[in-house]
Design a protein around this ligand. Structure first.
Ligand SMILES: *Cc1c(COP(=O)(O)O)cnc(C)c1O
Length: 408
């Protein structure tokens, strides 16, 4: 008899985005002429940078010739891209990351989801609340958790609340944990962590022989140079941290698919009898066994992001999104709402009015302003009483949305 992996049965049904779609669909059906503005989704809206498009076209033309055909490439990625990353993303910020510590992939969702595979099943996982659901669900699938309590929390996971009181940066856990997922700038709260705050986490991980799984998918949105873009800007992080990066939000690659993960050579995990084992060769083995590399065309597009033209074009697009975020923060604050984030991230985390829960406020915005947001409760219990508004849109839509919200 074929047995199913019962861990999958513990998963709470995908609820947030299907429920948003259901409510938006029902509203549109009842109000077919309502001009809905979507500030809910975490997807880019601006086209690819011309430098990226040009590089990808050129790569296609190369592939159309015998001499320029690229078949299977190195599973870890082409040297041209890994070298550009090591130099521009890390050395330039004083973080020493070698080319063979960088693994190119088809995105950070896969990498943040797959990384747990190289860790023992008995490790205790700590996540923030609210959280990017991938970290939790992949650990549930692997069997590292108990059952779901019906409200979306799983037994054996340590949830670290991120609230206005702690500026949405969690406190150190009071119970021992082994795998710590952190994401800064944060999705959904838009919060960032300072060097001092990250130092505490690195110190904790060193003291407790834990690992930090650091998702920096939004680092390109940081506008204050004192805020770290990489956890490796913190001394000692090479011993305890894995970092995930993506071209998705940085360069609008959500539909192109390219990201990368850094596994430093000093990073170790332990056998049950306490022997230290290097993780870089283990992730290399896992990556090469299960992944056959990102397409040459995509990697040529990705490396163009680091060219002088590409850097400028990508920055211009980020500036557009961030000027939307500024406009949203200013308008909503003027209307008396309490808003967080949106300064170094494309997300605004808006406190709903007193006594109004996330989903009720979602309905109000939809019905009265025809604006779609994302209810904070969908990201975790501590997200109740908030909604996420995305700055991924064009300035005209943002202005119109803010105007309509002001008339509620
Ligand atoms: C969008 C996003 C990513 C990027 O995922 P890709 O698979 O690279 O598109 C990673 N982490 C978080 C928290 C995100 O919001």
């Amino acid at each position: 008899m074929i047995l199913v992996n019962e861990n999958f049965l513990k998963l709470k049904a995908g609820y947030l985005f299907p429920e948003i779609s259901r409510r938006v669909f029902a509203f549109s059906k009842a109000n077919p002429d309502a001009p809905i503005i979507k500030l809910g989704i975490g997807d880019v809206t601006e086209p690819l940078a011309p430098a990226v498009v040009e590089a990808m076209h050129k790569a296609v033309d190369e592939m159309a010739t015998h001499s320029g055909l690229h078949g299977y490439g190195p599973e870890q990625g082409y040297a041209f891209l890994r070298e550009a990353i090591a130099e521009s993303d890390f050395k330039s910020r004083g973080a020493n990351i070698a080319v063979d510590e960088i693994f190119i992939s088809d995105g950070a969702k896969c990498d943040t989801g797959n990384m747990q595979e190289i860790f023992g099943i008995d490790n205790v996982v700590a996540v923030t609340d609210p959280v990017y659901p991938v970290y939790v669900d992949t650990n549930v699938m692997a069997g590292r958790t108990g059952d779901n309590d019906g409200k979306g929390r799983y037994a054996n996971i340590i949830y670290m609340p991120c609230t206005a009181q702690n500026n949405f940066v969690p406190e150190l856990p009071t119970k021992p944990v082994d795998m710590i997922y952190l994401c800064f700038p944060n999705n959904p709260t838009g919060a960032v962590a300072t060097k001092e705050q990250l130092k505490k986490w690195v110190h904790y991980a060193i003291e407790n022989n834990a690992v930090i799984l650091y998702d920096a998918a939004y680092e390109a949105f940081i506008r204050d140079d004192s805020i770290p873009h990489s956890i490796y800007e913190i001394e000692g992080a090479r011993k305890v941290a894995i970092e995930f990066r993506s071209f998705s939000k940085t360069a609008g690659f959500t539909g192109v698919r390219c990201g990368f993960t850094v596994v430093p050579k000093e990073l170790v995990a332990y056998t049950k009898d306490g022997k230290a084992v290097e993780l870089n060769p283990i992730w290399n083995r896992r990556h090469c066994t299960k992944f056959n590399g990102v397409s040459y065309i995509t990697q040529k597009g990705a490396v163009a992001v680091y060219s002088p033209k590409g850097k400028k074009q990508v920055q211009d697009t980020i500036n557009l999104y961030m000027s939307n975020a500024d406009a949203m923060r200013a308008a909503l604050t003027a209307q008396g709402y309490q808003v967080f984030g949106g300064e170094h991230a494309p997300y605004i985390w808006l406190k709903t009015p007193e006594g109004v829960d996330s989903w009720s406020f979602f309905d109000t915005l939809l019905n009265k302003a025809n604006v779609v947001c994302t209810p904070g409760a969908g990201f975790g219990a501590a997200g109740e009483g908030y909604v996420r508004l995305s700055a991924f849109n064009n300035p005209e839509n943002v202005e119109e949305a803010m105007d309509r919200i002001s008339k509620i």
